[in-house]
Design a protein. Structure first.
Length: 426
């Protein structure tokens, strides 16, 4: 299977140089084939919820490729419920960065983006997408919606793409402070965003439908939070990629019936799971799923499990307002990724205790200043709270950075240390 993926990725890159539209059609066909395989023969996926979220995420990648006229490009932390009400598909820049890397088709697009002036230190998820868009592989969206949370690459990426595609762009400014005045400020911008959507589509957004959709989001997040609590005493072997699938479901797909069904299935799966065993790791930031030696340590392993990732739970709050605009604004303003990095670290300590994690991994994705800058403070804070922490440096999707063996070696040593702390038992 690896050889097929490698060959397919190389072919997509080569074909894009000659005929970008044909390459896009074949990429869509390839993703549809993978989606069919996930539905009919999910392989090692150990739970129904893992299968559901993999299919749901794959569908979200296929939709803008197949029907770009119904797609709005979005940044990861943008509340997408208004798009769902209007029947539009979210078109994820970060998502396609992940998927093109998973297709092993990222190299040519990274090189092209750098040749067009993007620095090597720029986030590779964004850089892959920009390269693929400007080489003609990615279709033109109807318009672009983005926020300033939580990546400074957002400010350049979406403005550049709006200019390249020549489409309207609406940006939601998220204040650095975390208080009610910031929530009110963002809620007002979300109302303006809805007015923008109505103008662009010629449709009137139903307030009652929006209320129902946001209420579904709130229930989904509550379900996932409950799942994390129950998971503390259970063993659910999984794979790194699953955490990224869940992150997309709980962000750009939040509010859909499919995401709520996924979170309800999580609760069913955890009820049926075996008692906890092995070393339990809490992951921070994106997962370098392309690093095979690292995946051999963690994927589908009862002795070593990634029990959570802060990309999935950073927006969960104790309670949300009944007003849909306030609730969506609360999610981004009070996100653990907003404000000083100490807020993200505190949320991580809280989650580690909730999940009964034995240790934490802080992954410094190349080009992410927020994560890199907070690494040492995170390690100090976690370890002061009694949670051993490994800081790993790497790239979430750019294979040219290498270091696969070193990442796995450091992870193996860290796991052995945690086993010793548990009395040598796994």
């Amino acid at each position: 299977m690896k050889d097929i993926v490698t060959s397919f990725g190389a072919w997509i890159q080569a074909l894009c140089d000659k005929n970008p539209e044909k390459a896009r059609k074949w990429l869509t066909t390839g993703y549809r084939a993978k989606n069919l395989q996930l539905k009919l023969a999910p392989g090692k996926l150990t739970t129904k919820s893992a299968q559901m979220v993999a299919v749901q995420t794959m569908n979200s990648m296929i939709a803008p490729l197949a029907h770009p006229d119904k797609a709005a490009m979005v940044s990861l932390f943008l509340p997408c419920e208004p798009l769902q009400v209007l029947g539009l598909s979210p078109y994820s820049c970060e998502g396609f960065g992940c998927f093109l890397s998973g297709t092993q088709a990222e190299g040519a697009f990274l090189r092209y983006a750098e040749s067009e002036g993007l620095p090597e230190t720029f986030c590779s998820y964004h850089k892959i997408f920009i390269g693929a868009a400007e080489k003609g592989l990615m279709p033109k969206p109807r318009f672009i919606l983005s926020t300033t949370l939580a990546c400074d690459a957002n400010m350049l990426t979406f403005r550049r793409l709006a200019e390249y595609f020549d489409v309207p762009h609406f940006m939601v400014d998220v204040p650095y402070r975390t208080d009610q005045s910031a929530v009110d400020y963002v809620a007002d911008q979300l109302r303006d965003m809805v007015a923008f959507l109505e103008q662009q589509t010629g449709q009137k957004l139903s307030q009652s439908a929006l209320e129902e959709t946001v209420a579904r989001s709130n229930r989904s997040l509550a379900n996932y939070h409950r799942y994390m609590t129950l998971k503390a005493d259970k063993c659910i072997p999984c794979e790194m990629t699953g955490e990224m699938f869940a992150a997309f479901a709980l962000h750009i797909l939040l509010g859909t019936p499919e995401t709520e069904a996924f979170t309800l299935q999580c609760l069913k799966d955890v009820e049926q799971a075996a008692p906890a065993e092995g070393v339990r790791l809490l992951w921070h930031h994106t997962t370098p799923f392309w690093v095979a030696p690292l995946r051999q340590v963690t994927d589908f392993n009862r002795d070593v499990q990634i029990v959570g990732c802060d990309m999935c739970f950073e927006g969960i709050q104790p309670a949300f307002s009944a007003d849909p605009y306030q609730a969506m604004a609360q999610r981004v303003v009070y996100s653990a990724f907003n404000g000083p990095v100490s807020r993200r670290i505190e949320k991580g300590v809280e989650a580690a205790r909730q999940l009964k994690a034995d240790g934490a991994v802080w992954f410094c994705h190349w080009g992410c200043k927020h994560t890199l800058g907070g690494a040492q403070l995170a390690k100090e804070t976690f370890e002061a709270a009694g949670i051993p922490t490994l800081v790993l440096d790497g790239d979430g999707c750019d294979r040219s950075h290498g270091g696969e063996g070193q990442l796995a070696t450091r992870m193996e040593a860290f796991v052995e240390l945690l086993k010793q702390g548990k009395g040598g038992q796994t």
